[in-house]
Write a protein that binds this ligand. Sequence first.
Ligand code: ADP
Ligand code: MG
Length: 395
Amino acid sequence: MRKKTLKDFDFKGKRALVRVDFNVPLENGNITDDTRIQAALPTIQYLINEGARVILMSHLGRPKGDNKDQFRMDPVARRLADLLQKEVKKVDDCIGPEVQKAVADLQDGDVLVLENTRFYEEEEKNDPAFAKELASIADIFVSDAFGTVHRAHASTVGVTEYLPSVAGFLLQKELEALGGVMENPEHPFVAIMGGAKVSDKIGVIRNLMNKIDYLLVGGGIANTFIRAKGYETGKSLVEEDKLDLAIELLKEAEEKGVELVLPVDVVVADEFSNDANSKVVPIDQIPEDWESLDSGGPKTIEKYSEIIKNAKTVIWNGPLGVFEFDNFARGTNAIAEAMAESNAITIIGGGDSAAAIKKAGLEDKMTHISTGGGASLMFFEGLPLPGVEALDDQE
Ligand code: ADP
Ligand code: MG
């Protein structure tokens, strides 16, 4: 069912409560990456232009007990003002009299940032009374925080009980990009799955196997598969209790006609560090005292790149190695480059994968990089996103 969007509502003079994802990384009170604020700008700017009274709410970090001050929204409000080149008001609460007063003072086109919604434990509990208070200051709810729509919280789901609720541009873009490849992919459809653990990705792998033609496996996940096939993996990260599952997945792939591709050669290290001694070995020759930190052997790279080159749709989740160590980012960077060069629709989901693409400077070469790690995974898993389900359906 398609959801209502910004274009389905007349915002002139209306109080629009917008759930954005302003959960930005902070260091000593300074924002180190404002990507998430930038991503919310199209919706905010549109609402300003339409003459709405724009009320923004978000969570920030994990405030617990008395450490609230470091998670206040003030730096975010200041950065937003810089980006919009416009005054942005800020209040020190997200419900209550101070907020009501500030909202009553808003003029058409004004922007107000509420305090961190997670200052109330009712937020994550999706407490109805708290959600009702949040909703009480507005005429309409706009959901634009794709990064949190997989969680049923008061500010993502609870408020929709009390207000007409529509999707903002960022949410719409995410749903169209991810939904497009999941519903109607052009073939060959290739999925690349990496990251540390198979156990994090079982649901995603299972669901994707109904749609894809190739599954390229890398990173820590590959170690578990390599081990399940009977090879020695030395000190590599392997989930011993998932070996049976890996065998099942290999069988499932065969039954479904999916080509599940494992690395042919890997980069092994004599310790878990960027400065470790390293060498490339075929997967049947991982030395006992070494560990595989990168599925980036030249033969693997060649094989994976070739499959990506011939694909029409590629989705990627999970780095192919410990890419945080520059010396073990070969596989990850090679995949990023192959995707950048291919003519396929290229979609990246997952926080670390998105970070790897940025580190490689290839963001502009991808069709879509999801702003929601957990949410995109849940989407690939084929599960309903509570914060999307709760929005009003298009008539
Ligand atoms: P995403 O955030 O994109 O979903 P994950 O969180 O699943 O990705 O996985 C990323 C993590 O997996 C990274 O921190 C990376 O260091 C780790 N990783 C990848 N390959 C290996 C490996 N061979 N051994 C240990 N850790 C690995
Ligand atoms: Mg991650």
